[in-house]
Each structure stands twice: as structure tokens, then as C-alpha cells.
Design a protein around this ligand. Sequence first.
Ligand code: KG4
Ligand code: ZN
Length: 344
Amino acid sequence: MRLLAIETSCDETSAAVLDGAGDEVVLRSLVILSQDVHAIFGGVVPEMASRAHLTAIVPVVERALMDAGGHGFDGVAVTNGPGLVGALLVGVSYAKALAFARGVPVVGVHHMEGHLFATALEHRGAVPPFTALLVSGGHTLLLDVERWGRYRLLGRTRDDAAGEAFDKVAKLLGLPYPGGPHIERLAAVSHSGGFHFARPMLRRDQTPDRPDFYDFSFSGLKTAVLKAVHASPNLDGDRGAIARAFQDALVDTLVAKTERAARQFTRRRVVLGGGVACNATLVAAMRERFDGRGVEVFAPSPRLATDNAAMIARAGLFHLERGERSALDLSAFATQPLPGLVAA
Ligand code: KG4
Ligand code: ZN
């Protein structure tokens, strides 16, 4: 089956073409157009994102089809939530129109399920069963994945997402948007010095029967950084140390909770996804923690970690192969529960 996929949930207009069946797939093309206009405003401006998607969607899809060597496809997958509704609607409307015109099925894909499938596009071993940590700008999810389509939600953030924490802390430190890569670069050449931030929601006395065992919370960490920034007599001198101490605290928490989940469910694979999985320090810390324990850690390359249509194609293929189809009244949703959730 040849699948065309479209992703417009936030500030990337992306299209991809994927061939294959089951876990045997070949990515034929992937086009990602990032809207850098938002950097001026220090965050994504929804109305501008929608308008930029409108301008970009036709050439981006055309280019993906051309790169794949032809205009034929057997189905269309499109992100229909969660995300910015106006942005999502551009992709959803175009996907439905294309599918209708060609007489092929269309299927709506949950954005985070896309992130869950992304790593499998590059690593044959990144298939269930595994423990998954999805860390993006809008979500932080810790899942036990028994098989594709069957997800046990173990933990989530109670306030800010991991990527959101990176972005907000970057703003406090006077770094550009999106902040994750800037903090990582600064932290890599800095020592935490006298700064230390408590690991949020991480205590030894937590037990698996309580939600705080797996849940995350990053807004307190953000406030601690804010206080450190205000207390600093010389932010230019302290910026690197604060960035490093913040990243250390956040990474430590993500690694510790993922370790709990993998151990509890005796999984031998850990799969990372979402934009924060670009963070090499996080990936290295995760590998180090599982080193020598027979647990393999899989992380996507940056192009597949951040928002892209290839991951939507991969998740969409799974749903189409199961016979799922969306009707032409498929809509876009700002929030949407992950499909396939089983009770914890
Ligand atoms: O998955 P994604 O592209 O979009 C959403 O679905 O939100 O994730 C974007 C997030 C941003 O918050 C960005 O700061 C973060 O991923 N990010 C990083 C890094 N690269 C991107 N965070 C930490 N370290 C990085 N190297
Ligand atoms: Zn995303």
C-alpha cells in the first residue's frame, strides 16, 4: 500500500509518502516546512500558523509526491488532533478533498500516536512490547505499549509539558524560541556551579499504586528557575549554569520515571519520541541508566523526533490495515484522547 500523509497540527507543514505493509515499510519521501515566523513572537501564533499552512500545503504535498516518484497513492492519513484547531483544519480539509477526488480512503491520526510510531521508521527493533516516553512541546506521556494499538497510560504531566518547560525556561534566560536546542547547547558547555533544582515529583517513598509514581510536573521547576534568575546578580554569568542545572533536573526525572515503568512491566526496550527526544543529553542519560541491564533504548533522529508527516503515515498505515476509515465529516480537535488506551 502507498500512503500519503499530512501533518499540520502546529508550526510545521509536512507531507510524506510511505510504501509497505505491517512493520515492513519504506519511506519514499518526507517534506517538512518549518514556519520560522513564530520565532519573532517567542511562541506559536495560531492565526499565523493557519495562514502559513494554507500557503504551504499544496506545494508541500506536491513536492512529497514528486520526490516519491509519482502522483498515485492508495490512501491518505492526516493528523486530526490534538493541536491548534485552525492549523489542523488546513491539513484535514486538504486530505479529505484529495481522498475524495482520488476515490481512496482517508484516516485521521492522533498526533501523539504518530510520535509513538516515529522511531520504528528508523529502528527495526523499536516495535512493541516496549516502554514509551513521549516528550513534546504539548505533551509528556509515559506509556506501556504491549502491542501497536494497545496503550497503557502510566503517567502524564500535571501541568507543563517537558518541551514547554524547556521553552519557558529558555524565555526566562533570554534565549530564542523554541528553547530546547538553545538550552541543550548552553548546558553542554556549562557546569551547574552552585545551582541545584529539586527533581519534581520524584521521591523514593512513591509506590506504583499511586499516580505520582509515574506522573510528571514541571511548573514548580520553572518557578525555581524564575527565582534563581531573579536572585542572580549577573545573569550573563549564571545563564549557562542555570540552564545546565535545569536540564539535569528535568532529564533525571524523565529517566527515573521511565526506569520505573520499564522495570515494573519487565520491558526490554525503551522507545523515546517527540521533540525533546532530540536532546542528546536525555538520550545518553537514558542509555547510561539501562546500560548492562539488557534494556535497549531507541531514539528517533531529530528529523523524525520533531513534528513530521512520516510518523503520521506509519501510524495511519496501521489503522488503515486494520480496516479503519474516517468519514468525510472527519473533524479537527484541539484535545483528543489517545486511541487504544487500556485501563491502568
Ligand atoms: O514534537 P514537537 O516537534 O512538537 C510538538 O508536538 O509539540 O516538539 C517541540 C518541542 C519544543 O518544546 C522544543 O523546545 C523541544 O521540542 N525540543 C527540544 C530539543 N529540540 C526540540 N527540547 C530539548 N532539547 C532539544 N534538543
Ligand atoms: Zn509533536
